[in-house]
Design a protein around this ligand. Structure first.
Ligand SMILES: C[S@@+](CC[C@H](N)C(=O)[O-])C[C@H]1O[C@@H](n2cnc3c(N)ncnc32)[C@H](O)[C@@H]1O
Length: 273
């Protein structure tokens, strides 16, 4: 059995996250990240896949429907409860486990073809150990594929604003900290639940991959496809969904900028030793 688990900060947001993620993932995963993850993963039929930080397991289920033999794990027992409930409703043969991705000692060494982490490594305290463990359970030549919020625009190191240059308005980010790793509290959207995110520059992830014997084979920077909504006059709504951009010109300008600034990163790495 794994070492004694600490309680996950995500437990209190589990019902919210399960409702948001459903069977397709939250908006940016369905529309921005997952199409790239699936392209990078390629044909998964009959592959043995471990998904770390699987949340309510929607991506594990997607892979199982594509013919993979999947094990999904997460530190949040409440999120795994949702995954198990969905497995009971529509069985896909997925094994779900409550584990810390940094301690997977009960999972057999060299037993998976692919390990994935879909938008979770920036939420994992010990990413170095999690990557080492993912590599340990991979067979020689196996792949670790993961997505994260692009570290350059990690929510806590940027400030969004509209600025003027040569008489024209632009939307942009001022990045005021990048190279220093930092743990910071954030609110899981409208759930109101506070959790910790871990900012790490890209070089730190690459160092962890190298230390784990993983050689980067894919590096995809992803901009969002999201349309910016104009707030209606006097509009009430969920605060985090409401846009601050009130004119069509500002909305268009923000959309143009967002197509140039990668919000997400997908990295694939092959186990070479
Ligand atoms: C942003 S959510 C993403 C969940 C899921 N991959 C999805 O796409 O919906 C981050 C996940 O990382 C999980 N997590 C955080 N620390 C973890 C750890 N040490 N081991 C395993 N999972 C962890 C959280 O419980 C949460 O489910």
């Amino acid at each position: 059995m794994a070492t004694k688990l600490k309680k996950s900060e995500w437990d209190r947001a589990a019902a919210f996250w399960d409702a948001e993620a459903g069977e397709k993932g939250v908006w940016h995963q369905e529309h921005d990240v997952d199409p790239v993850m699936l392209k990078v993963l390629g044909n998964v039929r009959n592959k043995r896949i471990l998904e770390i930080g699987c949340g309510n397991g929607y991506f594990s289920r997607m892979l199982a429907r594509r013919g993979a033999k999947v094990t999904g794990m997460d530190l949040s027992s409440k999120l795994i409860d949702f995954a198990l409930m969905r497995e009971k409703e529509k069985p896909l043969g997925i094994r779900y486990l409550v584990r810390d991705a940094a301690h997977l000692r009960d999972l057999k060494t060299k037993s998976f073809d692919i390990a994935i982490g879909n938008m979770c490594l920036m939420d994992i305290a010990d990413a170095k150990a999690a990557i080492r463990e993912a590599s340990r359970v991979l067979k020689a030549g196996g792949r670790f594929v993961f997505s994260i919020i692009h570290p350059i625009f990690h929510p806590h190191s940027k400030h969004r604003h509209i600025f003027k240059k040569d008489g024209k308005k632009y939307f942009g980010y001022t990045v005021y900290r990048y190279l220093s790793p930092a743990a910071e509290k954030f609110v899981i959207w409208a759930s109101g639940v506070k959790a910790t995110a871990y900012h790490r520059p890209i070089e730190v992830y690459i160092r962890y991959l190298r230390a784990a014997g993983l050689l980067v084979d894919t590096f995809e920077e992803i901009a969002t496809n999201k349309k910016v909504k104009r707030a209606k006059k006097g509009e009430k709504g969920v605060k985090w969904r409401r846009s601050r951009y009130r004119t069509s010109a500002e909305k268009k300008m923000k959309e143009m900028t967002l197509r140039e600034l990668p919000q997400f990163l997908v990295i694939g790495a092959t186990k070479v030793r």
